[in-house]
Design a protein around this ligand. Structure first.
Ligand code: GLU
Length: 553
């Protein structure tokens, strides 16, 4: 077969050669230990949480090694594409302050010397490599129609053949004569370019996955499609060309691609390219709320599958990244305990420590982490972030917070900036409920007085307290006054004392302050009541005390 002639027939005018592409994209000038990673989504119009998980692994791996991470858009499948599909992905990353070193930066922008970073703009590169493969007898055109391929599938099924697809005796065009091919081309028949696999069905290949260790699989024997009939590459071929010329060292991608590794390695070798390292990340799973089974996080069923959800409900970006790290590296939590305030990017991230057993999305865990993250922020920062969130998502809260920033910050400052700050807020959408009793517009009295105290005693506590509450008391004086209520009303001012002989009392000081707390806030659990009352102001406190006493009578 005159492969040179075949190559000319298939790619007339394709004058570039692979060597000049090699020169255009030289090996990166980086130390040997530096890793080059990429995130390569299709522009499907949203960023999946699993994508964020994988992309964060890319970024951390590159950063931890002084390497490069880049964003490549895989837009070869027109069926999966939607308008502005890239923007949603970029927005998704911006939301978390995540940035790749290079690659796509917007719908029509990119940076870096290894582009273009959109596959649809790289057709020349794919065709140049494809032409070389044809010249070397490693790829050939196939004119099979859809019907013929369906027929092959059917016959394979009927025969019970273990391997299904275009290979061996089924690969009708693999050894076709040049004259036969020429005739089809003259007739204007459509063709795809297929890879001529030299795989041996009796042989295995072993490759080392960075996360999973050695994986053994049968060699690939299928003559995969490299270029579709419109000249657009398949994922497999584009992956090989792009990750070679973009000089990727570590292909971090979803585990659904593991089964394709044998053909990818074959293709890298056939092209004369160095095979990159592979790291296949686990799927992000969740426990189904309905039936308790473990399943993939699904865009259809789970709002949290799209990362925009985290911004919509108001998780701080920092908390989500912190949570992602606990999913990515199991030793992160120990590190965090030992390095309480350290920047997450100083964590020695290690791809090898990724768990393979699938990772479970756990809202409770995310909330715990987020509460801790928010508890460490200063009131001003909480205010700024919550206000920004409310501007988009909660007009009522936005109005209250922007009308009186000082009040909002005072509220948020209670029990903050100390050794053990309270952890009440997991996300900005929790704030309205958290602050509701401070604002007459939001406050709806609903008293749940302690059940162990008689309502007559409760009303007595409140009425006596009204007599002594003063706007001028400092915290100690305020507390002493509550204490002073106890004995005359039959309550023990000291909890330890009370525990020695509870039969002598109606309750203890904790019960007395609980009654006042409920009377003022309608809650049993609040931050420091002294400060709450200060913020509410004398008149409002007295009016609430009176209202609640009236309810009790
Ligand atoms: N475009 C592929 C996908 O969205 C990327 C897989 C890869 O990272 O290589 O699944």
């Amino acid at each position: 077969m005159d492969y040179q002639k075949l190559a000319e027939l298939l790619f007339p005018g394709q004058s570039d050669d692979v060597d000049s592409i090699e020169k255009k994209y030289p090996p990166r000038n980086l130390p040997d230990s530096a890793k080059v990673t990429r995130f390569a989504p299709s522009p499907t119009g949203y960023l999946h949480f699993g994508g964020l998980f994988s992309a964060f692994a890319d970024i951390l791996t590159a950063k931890a090694s002084g390497g490069v991470s880049f964003l490549r858009i895989e837009d070869t499948d027109k069926k999966r594409e939607i308008e502005n599909g890239v923007k949603a992905i970029i927005d998704g990353f911006n939301q978390f302050g995540l940035e790749f070193t290079e690659g796509i930066t917007g719908e029509n922008s990119e940076r870096g010397d290894y582009g273009p970073y959109k596959q649809s703009q790289r057709v020349d590169i794919y065709h140049t490599v494809a032409k070389k493969l044809v010249e070397e007898g490693k790829a050939y055109p196939c004119f099979c129609t859809e019907e013929e391929l369906a027929d092959i599938r059917q016959r394979q099924e009927a025969e019970g053949s273990d391997t299904r697809g275009y290979f061996g005796k089924w690969a009708k065009w693999r050894d076709a004569d040049l004259s036969e091919i020429e005739k089809k081309l003259e007739d204007g028949r459509k063709w795809v370019l297929r890879f001529r696999s030299e795989g041996n069905p009796d042989k295995k290949i072993v490759f080392r996955d960075v996360i999973r260790g050695n994986i053994e699989m049968p060699e690939n024997i299928i003559d995969e499609v490299l270029l579709k009939s419109d000249g657009v590459p398949t994922y497999h071929f584009a992956h090989v060309c792009d990750d070679h010329f973009m000089r990727t060292t570590h292909v971090i991608r979803g585990e659904e691609w593991i089964s394709s590794v044998p053909k990818h390695i074959q293709m890298f070798k056939a092209c004369g390219f160095k095979v990159p390292k592979y790291a296949h990340t686990p799927q992000v799973m969740k426990i189904d709320e309905q039936d308790g089974t473990k399943r993939k996080l699904s865009k259809r069923k789970d709002p949290e599958a799209a990362v925009s959800w985290f911004a919509d409900v108001g998780y701080p970006a920092e908390a989500v990244l912190e949570y992602l790290l606990t999913l990515l590296n199991s030793n992160f939590e120990d590190w965090r305990r030992a390095n309480k305030d350290a920047d997450i990017y100083t964590f020695p991230f290690d791809l090898k420590k990724l768990s393979v057993s699938g990772c479970l999305f756990d809202t409770d865990k995310l909330n715990d982490i987020s509460k801790t993250v928010i508890s460490k922020m200063k009131a001003g920062e909480v205010y700024d972030l919550a206000l920004k969130w409310a501007e988009k998502n909660d007009a009522e809260l936005y109005k209250l917070f922007s009308e009186n920033p000082e009040k909002a910050k005072d509220i948020l400052n209670i029990d903050r900036e100390n050794k053990k700050p309270r952890k009440d807020i997991a996300k900005w959408s929790d704030i309205k409920n958290y602050v509701s009793y401070f604002y007459t517009e939001l406050y709806k009295p609903d008293y749940a007085f302690p059940e162990n105290i008689d309502s007559k005693d409760e009303s007595e506590i409140i009425n006596e307290y009204i007599k002594i509450y003063s706007r001028d008391d400092d915290k100690d004086a305020w507390f002493e006054k509550i204490k002073s209520l106890c004995e005359p009303l039959g309550f023990c001012p000291n909890v330890k004392e009370y525990k020695k002989s509870p039969e002598n009392y109606k309750g203890h000081i904790g019960d007395v302050s609980s009654v006042i707390r409920v009377a003022v806030t309608s809650r049993t659990n609040t931050p420091d009541l002294y400060y709450i009352m200060k913020i509410l102001g004398y008149d409002e406190v007295i009016s609430r005390l009176k209202d609640s006493a009236a309810k009790l009578n």
